[in-house]
Design a protein around this ligand. Structure first.
Ligand code: DLL
Length: 433
């Protein structure tokens, strides 16, 4: 057995004991060092010593994305700066990002999570791993990179984009594993076809490590059929680590959660009560070992379920359902987290446009289309094409700067978008589910 995979098979009583011991260290650590957590515990009348059993975790307060935004940049940091080794950021609910400082120990645990997933997928040190997730503040690139290196693989750090070159390198160097968002892989496949490259005939590709956005079983099948690879699911989030919080084994329809490091709960997003295994609700994670930015009961907003029963593979770590939906309005477009409120903030930076807009998402066979219709103000409406084009460009630049994406922008006449007396619908998401 691969030594990295050993903890996956830990007997359940031993695993629960370990989780409790880790929690009994984490809660006082966070209580002492993070004022927001201490304040919330005090308001609830709960003290670290109240954590006697695993079920007692339910007495402790939740952490939310808005807390991370409000405490930006260092409010939730528990370790001194001399211990901090790395920063990663993710989208906040407005233009402001959320920031997760990590120690070297934190990065090592995250890396282990990715390496464990890869070992479970059947990837070995003989593989050549092309990392086409973005490198930088996003955790995809560096997460996959470190994980593959830890397994002893040869890593080809192409990052995202420059698709034709990616395909050339894949062919010439003999890439056997590709790590990217499923939507980017579909794009890679279209470009490959256009330039006459057949994955089966011309490459050595065997595995795809796909995540960072929801993808259906149908897409998975299509990817496998068109390319001959095995498509593996990897799940994670910046607030908890990055990719590698969970991954699928060859048997489970879902993902094993590495719960010796990331403790999962499922709650009812309305009542906030913890739900028993087997019931669907919102995923909540507690980082059991993190030192830099420990998280107690972080509400992911991802909807899932912890499955009941044993997995055929023999791993004891619980299996969560694949994530297909969220309990908030965050959209994931080309692997980037986008909140409608961010788009609105970008639009409102351009005085010539009115606060009436519509975000439209659709998908072709291989790509997601992202389009924004926005009304110009009556004062700025003009017959001059060049004037209107200048406004359109300013809107596009504002969105590119804050969200990092380049949607198609359509300026429309004042009063032309639907109005509503109740809750306005600003997003039409017609992408395949
Ligand atoms: O997307 C980390 C990651 C990178 C995971 C590469 C997998 C591969 P964030 O940018 O913080 O981190 O976005 C986290 O993305 O709460 C989910 O809504 C969604 N997500 C991540 N992985 C999956 C997946 C990274 N496998 C948010 N299936 C999460 C469905 C996913 N949704």
């Amino acid at each position: 057995m691969n030594p990295i995979s050993k903890p996956d098979y830990m007997p359940i009583p031993e695993l629960r004991k370990m989780q409790l011991e880790k929690l009994q260290k984490l809660i006082p650590y966070e209580y002492e060092r993070v004022p927001l957590f201490r304040r919330r515990c005090d308001e609830k009348g709960v003290k670290p010593r109240d954590l006697v059993t695993l079920a007692d975790l339910a007495k402790f307060p939740f952490m939310k994305k808005t807390d991370l935004r409000d405490e930006y940049p260092y409010g939730l940091t528990a370790a001194p700066m001399s211990e901090i080794n790395r920063f990663h950021c993710s989208s906040g609910t407005t233009g402001k990002p959320i920031c997760i400082p990590q120690t070297a120990e934190d990065v090592a645990i995250w890396t282990e999570g990715v390496a464990r997933c890869m070992a479970m997928y059947g990837i070995t040190r003989d593989d050549i791993v092309q990392v086409s997730y973005g490198y930088g503040l996003f955790t995809g690139g560096l997460g996959a990179h470190y994980g593959a290196e830890k397994l002893g693989c040869a890593v080809l750090p192409t990052g995202a984009g420059n698709t034709e070159k990616q395909i050339m390198l894949m062919k010439d160097l003999g890439t056997t594993v590709i790590c990217c968002t499923p939507s980017y892989f579909l794009h890679l496949a279209t470009v490959a076809e256009k330039i006459g490259v057949d994955f089966r005939r011309d490459t050595k590709l065997k595995h795809g490590v796909f995540g960072a956005e929801p993808w259906t079983d149908e897409i998975r099948e299509r990817i496998e059929q068109m390319s001959g690879i095995t498509a593996h699911d990897i799940y994670g989030l910046t607030e908890i680590a990055g990719p590698g919080v969970a991954g699928n084994c060859p048997y489970c329809h879902g993902l094993h959660v590495w719960e010796d490091h990331f403790y999962p709960e499922i709650i009812d997003p309305d009542t906030l009560e913890v739900l028993p295994d087997g019931e669907e609700g919102e995923l909540v994670f507690t980082t059991l070992d993190r030192v830099g930015t420990p998280m107690v009961r972080y509400r992911t907003r991802d909807l899932s379920r912890l499955q009941v029963g044993e997995c055929k593979c023999g791993r004891t770590m619980r299996v969560m359902d694949r994530v297909h939906a969220r309990s908030d309005d965050m959209l994931i477009i080309h692997g980037v987290n986008v909140f409608p409120s961010q788009i609105e903030a970008c639009l409102m930076k351009v005085p010539e446009v009115a606060p009436h807009y519509m975000i439209e998402l659709s998908s072709t066979d291989t790509m997601d289309r992202f389009e924004i219709k926005v009304e110009v103000t009556a004062d700025s409406m003009s017959d001059s094409m060049s004037k209107m084009e200048a406004v359109r460009k300013r809107v596009a630049a504002s969105i590119k700067e804050i969200v990092g994406l380049s949607p198609k922008i359509m300026l429309v006449a004042p009063g032309s978008l639907p109005r509503s007396e109740g809750k306005i619908k600003r997003v039409i998401d017609n992408r395949r589910k």
